[in-house]
Design a protein around this ligand. Structure first.
Ligand code: F6P
Length: 342
C-alpha cells in the first residue's frame, strides 16, 4: 500500500482543513504518498487530483472551508459516472481513499465499498451533528458557538425593543444546533424538526411570559421544523423551497398576527458554517485525521472514524449512515425548564 487519496464532500464545514493537515502529516510519516481529490466526488468523475505535501497543508489548521473544495456530487446514482470514478481511481494509482463527509457523501462511499470497488475509510463531518454512527461529528461545536453568539446579540436588541425575535438556525432533519445554541443562549422557546410545532401553545406561552412582565421573547427554530398537522404537506416541498428560511418567516408572521407583539426574524444561514473552527473542532479534526490513517494502515476498510464516550473508535460506514441521530430528548426535556410556558 503506497498511495492514499483524500476527498472532502457535501457541505463545507469548519475543521475540514484540520483533518486534511492531520492526514497528510501522519500519512507522510508512515511513508504514504497523499493525493488530494478536488471538489468531493466530482474530482474522481473529472480526474481532478493533485499530490499533497507538507508545504501545501501547513498553516491551514485554523482556516474555515476546505482547501480541496467540495461538492454534493453523487456518482453512484449514475452508471456513467460510476465508470468514470472507477477509471480515474485506478488511473491515479490510489490504494485507499479517506472520505471526509456527512451522510450523503458517506452513502456514496458505502456504495463503492460494498461493491468492492474501493478501499475506503470515512471521517464524519456535520455541522448538524446528525450522523448516527458517532457521538460527535466535527463542525458542530463551531456552528453552536456561532449561533450562540448571534443569539446573545439578538437578545439585547429584542430586549431593548420589547420584541419577539425568531432566530432560524440550520438543521433540516435534526434540531441539534437549535437545542444546544438555544440552551447556551438562554432561548425562551426552542423548536426542532423532531417535535411538530403547536402554534397555539407557542402563542399562549409568549402571552403568559408577557403577563409575567417579560415583554420580549427569544425563539430559536431549526430550518426543518414543521407546524403540527402540516408535516406531510411540507415533506412534499422541494429542498430548495424548504431552504428559503420560510419557517422563520411563517412563525414571525403568525405570532405577530395572533399575539399583537412586534416580531422580527433573523435567519443565520451559512454564517454558521463559515470561518475559523473552534479549538474543539480543530482538536477533534486532528485526532480524526491521524486515526483515519491508522485505520488505513491496519487495513480496516469500510469503517468510519467515530467518537464514542470520548474515545476514538470505528464503526462500519453501513452502520453510520443507516439512520439519522436525532436530538437527545433528555436534553430537550431539561431545556423545557427554561421555556416561556413552563
Ligand atoms: O448539511 C449541512 C447544511 O448546512 C444543513 O444544515 C443545511 O440545511 C444545508 O447544509 C444547506 O445547504 P447549502 O449550503 O447547499 O445551501
Amino acid at each position: 500500500m503506497k498511495k492514499i487519496g483524500i476527498l472532502t464532500g457535501g457541505a463545507d464545514c469548519p475543521g475540514l482543513n484540520s483533518v486534511i493537515r492531520s492526514v497528510v502529516r501522519k500519512a507522510m510519516q508512515e511513508g504514504y504518498v497523499i493525493t488530494g481529490i478536488k471538489n468531493g466526488w466530482s474530482g474522481l468523475i473529472e480526474n481532478d487530483t493533485r499530490i499533497l505535501d507538507l508545504r501545501m497543508t501547513s498553516g491551514i489548521l485554523d482556516k474555515g472551508g476546505t482547501i480541496l473544495g467540495t461538492s454534493r456530487a453523487k456518482p453512484h446514482e449514475d452508471p456513467k459516472q460510476v465508470k468514470q470514478v472507477i477509471e480515474n481511481y485506478k488511473r491515479s494509482g490510489i490504494d485507499a481513499l479517506i472520505v471526509v463527509g456527512g451522510e450523503e457523501t458517506l452513502k456514496v462511499a458505502r456504495y463503492f465499498d460494498q461493491k468492492g470497488l474501493m478501499k475506503i475509510v470515512g471521517v464524519p463531518k456535520s455541522i448538524d451533528n446528525a450522523l448516527f454512527g458517532t457521538d460527535y461529528a466535527f463542525g458542530f461545536d463551531t456552528a453552536v458557538n456561532i449561533a450562540t453568539e448571534c443569539i446573545d446579540r439578538l437578545h439585547t436588541t429584542a430586549e431593548s425593543h420589547h420584541r419577539i425575535i425568531v432566530i432560524e438556525v440550520m438543521g433540516q432533519h435534526t434540531g441539534w444546533i437549535a437545542l444546544e445554541a438555544g440552551i447556551a443562549g438562554g432561548a425562551d422557546i426552542i423548536l426542532v424538526p423532531e417535535i411538530p410545532i403547536n402554534l397555539k401553545k407557542v402563542c399562549c406561552d409568549i402571552k403568559a411570559r408577557h403577563r409575567r412582565g417579560k415583554n420580549f421573547t427569544i425563539m430559536v427554530v431549526s430550518e426543518g421544523a414543521k407546524i403540527e398537522g402540516e408535516e406531510s404537506k411540507d415533506a412534499l416541498k422541494s429542498i430548495s423551497e424548504r431552504r428559503r428560511g420560510n419557517i422563520g418567516d411563517l412563525l414571525a408572521k403568525t405570532i405577530e398576527g395572533q399575539t399583537g407583539y412586534e416580531t422580527r426574524v433573523s435567519v443565520l444561514g451559512h454564517i454558521q458554517r463559515g470561518g475559523t473552527p473552534t479549538a474543539y473542532d480543530r482538536l477533534i479534526g486532528t485526532q480524526f485525521g491521524v486515526f483515519a490513517v491508522q485505520l488505513v494502515k491496519e487495513n480496516r476498510f469500510g469503517q468510519m472514524v467515530s467518537l464514542f464516550d470520548n474515545k476514538l473508535r470505528s464503526v462500519s460506514i453501513e452502520e453510520a449512515v443507516k439512520k439519522r441521530k436525532t436530538i437527545d430528548m433528555d436534553l430537550y426535556n431539561m431545556a423545557k425548564v427554561f421555556f416561556a410556558g413552563e
